[in-house]
Design a protein around this ligand. Structure first.
Ligand SMILES: Nc1nc2c(ncn2[C@@H]2O[C@H](COP(=O)(O)OP(=O)(O)OP(=O)(O)O)[C@@H](O)[C@H]2O)c(=O)[nH]1
Length: 620
């Protein structure tokens, strides 16, 4: 029972050790001892009247006490600094003093007051122009590291881990090796509080390596904490070896606070080895040293261990006496772990001595402290879970929004694709429509051309045989019906073969065109002319009497003669023979009239050409 109790007590040993380093770390790499540095600084303060130099010496002294974790000395210096006139208009001093107070309160286990002080110090840095080596971010980072370390003891474990991790990153980015190591050290401490001893051991090991080589005091403290973890999760021999290494350096530096803790660990390790005499001797040393330092919670912590070992060695009276002292000391502190340890231990001692009533009373008190701590731990855990939940909710929401954005983008892309497809289709349709239209125009033109070709002689552009016969039929029907006069001329170029033979076919063609134009030029709009043979033309003259037709033929002779004369064709003369027929009461159709005109033409040829013959005159 007792052995089990000691194990619990030892496992929750409260590290009062606050691995302090002054904000500008002027003593972190100092190889002189605490006493030597203190002596020198006090001499500087005593020698100078209150001045800029002496306030700096006071600040340096405060930083020394911070680094060596001496709250009992620190507060007096903090008050002294505030008395200087220059303090009032120096935001740097004010910020530093809040920092010193914060460390002081923390070391006295007044964690809430420490938090208030750190926040006040940070507020001053934020609102003032502070000229500080490495920049104000460096100063802020130091304050925040201490603040995060303090948060652990306010049960804000996850905040503490998150802040220390972030601060370590800042330190790494800026290559602030010392601050990076300090963050690792405190990450080790949070994990120790959370009973993650293996994790804690890793962090302390990393801190030990990360601290610059000449920061020997900090390396020693990291080694001591590593030893404490190794004793729990590793080999005890290794733990002793590490602890002894650390103690050599701590003694050299004069770090009595850490030494008191190291003695306590020595006692604990020996006790685990069942070496009760050595365990008793080391815990007595720790008690004596802590009594001399005067921090109640730390003294109480040593008394609890002392009492447990005394009890185990059979000195029940002494054991009960130290147990009571411890219980009385923790009474007014905020140190719930310390209260639980001390009350629990005292209850055990009272139980051993048969004082069951008081044993019960202290057991209740112990449980109350434990419940209070558990409640705070649960609150912290609840807050952590809530944070985690809202973070997960947030990331789900983000995922949802991302998905929505992705869908919208896909939709947009599809719409754009559809639009471009539509555009392509419209363009294709338009091109198709234009092509179709052009084809239609082409077809229409071809149709018109064909239509023209169907009715037109391609050489002379006069009506062809079929067309002129159709027109003739129409004119015949009209004139016959309305009893109108109508004449028909059959015209043939004389000796045309000779033109072809003498001048070639091309000239023959041009001569045909010339003759056609000359004939056409003297006709009326209502007259029609067509080419019915090689060099033979048929002329229809509706509403035309014989006299008028004869007059017209004369004009034709003249026009042709003029045309030939004025042309540049190599022919000097081109004549025609003309046969004329007329509509009579016995006429039956147009073909008959055309044949009669042809007969008259034949006669004209016979009579010697270059003349007109009228059908039905003389001997027809
Ligand atoms: N250059 C050319 N010659 C044509 C065309 N059509 C017919 N001819 C020619 O016209 C000539 C007609 O000759 P013929 O029928 O013997 O009559 P002609 O020489 O005019 O004599 P007559 O009618 O008796 O005065 C032929 O040699 C045909 O080859 C044509 O479109 N172009």
């Amino acid at each position: 029972m007792l052995r089990w109790m000691f194990l619990l007590v030892a496992a929750t040993v409260h590290i009062s050790g606050f691995a302090a380093t002054f904000v500008i770390h002027q003593f972190a790499f100092e190889q002189r001892s605490f006493d030597d540095i203190q002596e020198e600084l006090n001499a500087r303060i005593d020698q100078t009247a209150p001045s800029a130099q002496s306030i700096d010496a006071q600040v340096a002294l405060a930083s020394l006490y911070v680094q060596y974790e001496r709250p009992e000395l620190l507060f007096a210096v903090v008050t002294a600094i505030e008395q200087y006139e220059s303090y009032q208009d120096k935001p740097l001093y004010q910020a530093l003093n809040y920092f010193f107070r914060g460390v002081g309160y923390h070391l006295q286990h007044d964690y809430e007051a420490a938090e208030v002080s750190y926040s006040a110090g940070l507020a001053i840095i934020e609102s003032s122009e502070i000229n500080y080596p490495n920049g104000s971010l460096y100063l802020t980072t130091i304050f925040e590291i201490y603040q995060a370390a303090n948060a652990t003891f306010l049960q804000e474990y996850s905040d503490s881990v998150a802040a220390l991790t972030a601060l370590k990153n800042i330190a790494d980015q800026n290559e602030w090796r010392f601050l990076s190591a300090l963050s690792l050290y405190w990450l080790g401490d949070v994990n120790y509080e959370l009973k993650h001893y293996e994790q804690a051991e890793t962090y302390f090991k990393q801190a030990k390596t990360q601290f610059p080589n000449d920061a020997s005091l900090y390396i020693a403290r990291s080694t001591m904490r590593e030893a404490q973890m190794t004793n729990i999760v590793g080999e005890r021999a290794e733990a002793f070896s590490l602890l002894n290494q650390a103690m050599v350096q701590l003694e050299q530096s004069g770090d009595v606070v850490s030494l008191a803790y190291a003695y306590l660990l020595q006692s604990y390790f020996h006790d685990k080895n069942l070496d009760h005499d050595l365990a008793l001797a080391w815990i007595a040393k720790s008690v004596a040293l802590r009594e001399s330092l005067g921090v109640d919670a730390d003294i109480a912590n040593a008394y609890v261990h002392y009492s447990a070992i005394l009890g185990r060695n059979g000195d029940n009276e002494q054991a009960r006496s130290y147990a009571k002292k411890a219980a009385d000391l923790v009474e007014g502190t905020q140190d719930l772990t310390g209260q639980w340890d001390a009350f629990h231990n005292y209850a055990n001692q009272l139980y051993t001595s048969g004082d069951y009533k008081r044993a019960y009373e202290y057991m209740l008190r112990s449980e109350r402290a434990l419940l209070a701590k558990a409640r705070l731990d649960i609150t912290e855990e609840t807050a952590r879970l809530l944070n985690q939940f809202s973070f997960q909710q947030q990331s789900l929401e983000n995922q949802f929004l991302d998905e929505k954005a992705r869908l919208l983008q896909t939709q947009l892309a599809q719409e754009q694709q559809m639009k471009s497809r539509q555009t392509v289709t419209i363009v294709a349709l338009s091109v198709f429509a234009v092509v179709v239209l052009m084809l239609l125009i082409l077809i229409y033109r071809l149709y018109l051309n064909n239509k023209k070709l169907a009715v037109q002689d391609p050489l002379t552009l006069l009506s062809n045989r079929r067309e002129i016969l159709a027109r003739g039929e129409h004119a015949f029907a009209m004139c016959q019906r309305y009893k109108q006069a109508m004449c028909v001329l059959m015209i043939d170029i004389d000796k045309f073969k000779a033109i072809n033979d003498n001048h070639g076919h091309d000239v023959g063609d041009k001569a045909l065109i010339l003759a056609a134009n000359a004939l056409k030029s003297v006709l009326r709009n209502t007259d029609s002319i067509g080419r019915v043979g090689g060099e033979e033309f048929l002329v229809i003259l509706p509403h035309c009497t014989q006299d008028k037709a004869e007059a017209l033929v004369n004009r034709i002779f003249t026009a042709l003669g003029d045309a030939v004369a004025s042309s540049d064709l190599p022919i000097s003369n081109m004549t025609i023979s003309v046969g004329l027929s007329m509509l009579t009461s016995t006429s039956t159709n147009f073909i008959e009239l055309a044949k009669l005109a042809d007969q008259a033409l034949f006669k004209a040829k016979e009579q010697g050409r270059n003349q007109m013959q009228i059908y039905g005159q003389v001997d027809d």
